[in-house]
Design a protein around this ligand. Structure first.
Ligand code: MF3
Ligand code: CO
Ligand code: CO
Length: 331
C-alpha cells in the first residue's frame, strides 16, 4: 500500500509536513512552496578574447531565421562534438545543486566550464531589450524557463531546471534538465518524471517523412494523461550555426506544425509541463517566465538531428545517461 500523496499547496501552516519529519509544515518545507522572487544579479562575467564568439556576443541581437534547416554532414559532425560537451557541462553544473547554493554560484560554474571547454556560453548577451545577462538559465519551481541566475539560494524542497547552451566550432548545443533539491514533495517528483518521459516520447516520434506535429501530439497526450498541462508560449527550435531558427517545434498538437521532418534537419525538443495552468507571465526583467497560478513546472531538452531512419540525439552525455531527476520508478 502506498501513502496518500499530499499536495503541499493544500497544507495549513500547523499541519504536519508532507515529508514525514513530524514537524509542522511552517517549520519544515513551507518556505520552498513560497513564490520565487528576484534576487540580486552580479555583473556580466567576461569571456577571454581568444574564445570564438557568436555574432550577438558584443551588442546583443537575435538570429538569422533563414539558416537552412537541413545541415551538411560536416556541420552535424561539429554539432555532435559541441552537443556532447554541452551535456558534460550540464551534468557537472547539476552535480553542484544543493540547498544553500545560489543560482549565481551555478552561473559562475557554468561560465567557467564553457570557457574551459574552449567554447562560449550561448545565453550570455543573447537577445535584445535587454540581452540575457548570464551564462545559464536557472528556472526554480513555478518559473517555466529563462530564469536569470541571482543571489537566491536553493532551498530544500525546490525543483530547478538548468538550461546549458554551448557555442563552439561555430555551432550551438542546447540541452536542459530538472532536478529536485534535497527532499522534494511527491507531486513535484512525479512532475519531473512525467516531463522527462514527455521529452523521451517526443524524441521517439521523430521520423523522416512525418510532420513535426507528431512530436507535439506524443508530448501532449502523455502530459494530459498524467493530469498536467503543456506550456504553449515556448517552443522547440531549429538550432545550428544560429541559436533559434526554423522549424518551430510545438509541444502540443496543432495542424499548423506541418513541416516535414527531413534527414539532416536539426532542432530541439524541450517541453515545459505544468502541474496547473499552462499560461505564463513575464517578470519585469523581460526574461523570467512563470506560471500564472504559481504552480510548478518542469522541462527537459535535447538537440537532435533527423536521420535516414529516425533520430540521433546530439546532446547525450558520453555515458548515455540523461542528467536530472525523474528516473525513479513510478509512484
Ligand atoms: N536555451 C534556451 C532554449 O532552450 C534559450 C535561452 S535564451 C537565453 O531555447 F537568452 F535566455 F539564454
Ligand atoms: Co532550446
Ligand atoms: Co535550452
Amino acid at each position: 500500500m502506498t501513502a496518500p500523496v499530499i499536495s503541499p499547496s493544500k497544507l495549513k501552516p500547523n499541519d504536519p509536513c508532507w515529508c514525514g519529519s513530524g514537524n509542522k509544515f511552517k517549520r519544515c518545507h513551507r518556505s520552498a512552496m513560497e513564490r520565487v522572487i528576484a534576487g540580486a544579479i552580479t555583473p556580466m562575467r567576461p569571456v577571454p578574447p581568444d574564445i570564438e564568439r557568436p555574432h550577438y556576443a558584443e551588442h546583443g541581437g537575435t538570429d538569422d531565421r533563414d539558416e537552412p534547416m537541413v545541415k551538411p554532414p560536416e556541420t552535424i559532425e561539429r554539432m555532435r562534438r559541441t552537443g556532447q560537451a554541452a551535456a558534460e557541462i550540464l551534468r557537472k553544473v547539476g552535480d553542484a545543486i544543493a540547498p544553500g547554493v545560489t543560482t549565481d554560484d551555478l552561473d559562475a560554474l557554468c561560465h567557467r566550464l564553457c570557457i574551459e571547454a574552449g567554447g562560449y556560453p550561448s545565453p550570455l548577451n543573447y537577445g535584445i531589450d535587454p540581452p540575457f545577462p548570464k551564462s545559464i538559465c536557472t528556472s526554480v519551481n513555478e518559473v517555466i524557463c529563462h530564469g536569470i541566475p541571482d543571489s537566491r539560494a536553493l532551498r530544500d524542497g525546490d525543483i530547478v531546471n538548468l538550461d546549458v547552451t554551448l557555442f563552439r566550432e561555430g555551432v550551438h548545443g542546447d540541452t536542459n534538465a530538472t532536478w529536485a533539491v534535497g527532499t522534494t514533495d511527491p507531486e513535484s517528483l512525479r512532475l519531473i518524471r512525467v516531463t522527462r518521459e514527455c521529452t523521451q516520447l517526443g524524441i521517439e516520434s521523430v521520423k523522416p517523412g512525418r510532420p513535426v506535429s507528431d512530436i507535439g501530439r506524443a508530448i501532449q497526450d502523455h502530459a494530459e494523461e498524467a493530469g498536467f498541462s503543456v506550456v504553449r508560449a515556448f517552443v522547440g527550435h531549429g538550432v545550428g550555426t544560429e541559436f533559434h531558427t526554423r522549424p518551430e517545434i510545438l509541444h502540443y498538437f496543432h495542424p499548423r506544425s506541418s513541416e516535414i521532418m527531413t534527414p539532416g534537419m536539426t532542432f530541439t525538443i524541450e517541453p515545459m509541463i505544468s502541474v496547473g495552468a499552462w499560461q505564463q507571465r513575464l517578470w519585469d526583467d523581460g526574461w523570467t517566465a512563470s506560471t500564472v497560478d504559481g504552480k510548478r513546472t518542469a522541462q527537459f531538452e535535447h538537440t537532435m538531428v533527423v536521420t535516414d531512419d529516425g533520430v540521433e540525439v546530439l546532446t547525450l552525455h558520453p555515458d548515455g545517461i540523461w542528467s536530472g531527476d525523474g528516473n525513479a520508478p513510478s509512484t
